[in-house]
Design a protein around this ligand. Structure first.
Ligand code: MYR
Length: 186
């Protein structure tokens, strides 16, 4: 069989499979949001549902994150935020983010995404004003952190689909629940 462009190396094939997977993921997420908009009608309800879906994913995804990344425990919330931005986003979304806007006591920061594959090909119609299209991400972070004993509140500060220059998620640590040692000392 002849190919117009000639044989491709294993790397090139791997890269194009990865690109197709990423596009499929982006389009699938878009189809989910569209279906929710049809079913739930109110954008506020869609925001809630996406956050809840993300939370349900986050509480499971943390195991995969810890197993695959092989990272140790973070010493503080600052290290945890960097871990999410540099390792977590890279692992699950293929991009890295930066951590900024720390408050004085180190319990609130922003995770800023310049590049967000979830919104490739996306343009929101006027009827979707108020939609936080990527709300699944806030839920994922909240769910994952809850499984490592951190109760957080995650809110969107900037959103490119709403005309901002980047995606910015504020992550606020509300409570750090001390982990109980699972065995009794005799
Ligand atoms: C620890 O101290 O136990 C480590 C905690 C690391 C938490 C990292 C959570 C990763 C969440 C990934 C979010 C990806 C969003 C696409």
């Amino acid at each position: 069989m002849s190919r117009a462009s000639g044989p491709r190396s294993g790397d090139a094939i791997f890269a194009s499979v990865e690109r197709v997977n990423a596009e499929l993921f982006t389009l699938t997420y878009g189809a989910i949001v569209r279906q929710l908009l049809t079913d739930l009608e109110e954008v506020e309800e869609v925001n809630k549902q996406l956050d809840q879906m993300g939370y349900n994913i986050g509480i499971r995804l943390i195991d995969e994150f810890l197993a695959k990344s092989n990272v140790g425990r973070c010493v503080d919330f600052k290290e945890t935020a960097e871990m999410i931005a540099k390792v977590g986003f890279k692992m699950f979304l293929g991009v890295t983010a930066s951590v900024t806007n720390w408050d004085a006591d180190g319990t609130c920061c922003s995770i800023v995404l310049e590049d967000n594959p979830l919104v490739d090909f996306v343009e929101l119609p006027d009827t979707c004003q108020g939609l936080y299209y990527c709300n699944i991400l806030s839920g994922v972070i909240r769910g994952a952190l809850e499984m490592v004993s951190m109760k957080t509140e995650v809110t969107w500060i900037r959103d490119v689909l709403r005309g901002d220059d980047a995606f910015e998620l504020q992550v606020k640590l509300l409570k750090q629940v001390p982990e109980e040692y699972p065995y009794k000392d005799d």
